[in-house]
Design a protein around this ligand. Sequence first.
Ligand code: GDP
Ligand code: MG
Length: 184
Amino acid sequence: MDEKASKNNNIKKMLIMGLDKGGKTSIVLCLKGIKNVASFSSITPTKGISRETFRAYGSKFNVWDFGGQQQFRTDYIDNFKKNIIGVDKIIFVIDIQDNKRYELASQYLMKVIEKLQESKKTYDIDFSIFFHKYDPDLGMINKEFNEEKADAFIEEIKDNIPSNFKYSLVKTSIYTVFQKANIH
Ligand SMILES: Nc1nc2c(ncn2[C@@H]2O[C@H](COP(=O)(O)OP(=O)(O)O)[C@@H](O)[C@H]2O)c(=O)[nH]1
Ligand SMILES: [Mg+2]
């Protein structure tokens, strides 16, 4: 769909980005209002870009779910200008439980922000970072999870993002279907 047609129908374009297995497809299901957690276990990894349209945040959205595997990530970055044509909202998903890949997730995020700034489109786009899988009682359930390390990581990301870049940070989990906690 071209940019003009989507605007005429009042359909907004949203991109969901982040590493593979971070929870992007699950977040799309949550945004669609699917609350049956069991349906989340049958999700298979998204290959390439999957697109669908649904209602969320009081608007109709055309969502592009970017599969997060390495080969596709490189591809999106290379074609970034094309992919962000007409985009209203970007959700960048970071798996807070995947501490082994904090660095990789952060590098990908910074690359996306850098590309957005190069394209000078940043002021038109509502950019959110979801620190996802922030499940209730996470510290008790996942012994590998280190809250201090997670907090330090979030602080580091805030420090690394250029001060003129507008964004919001939220902690999310499919288990609290989007009673989102704002971080700042
Ligand atoms: N604990 C936990 N697991 C989640 C959450 N969201 C997604 N998952 C699981 O993480 C895995 C990857 O999710 P998926 O949506 O396929 O990630 P994608 O590759 O980024 O699209 C699946 O097993 C999901 O059930 C969450 O909030 N908490
Ligand atoms: Mg997926």
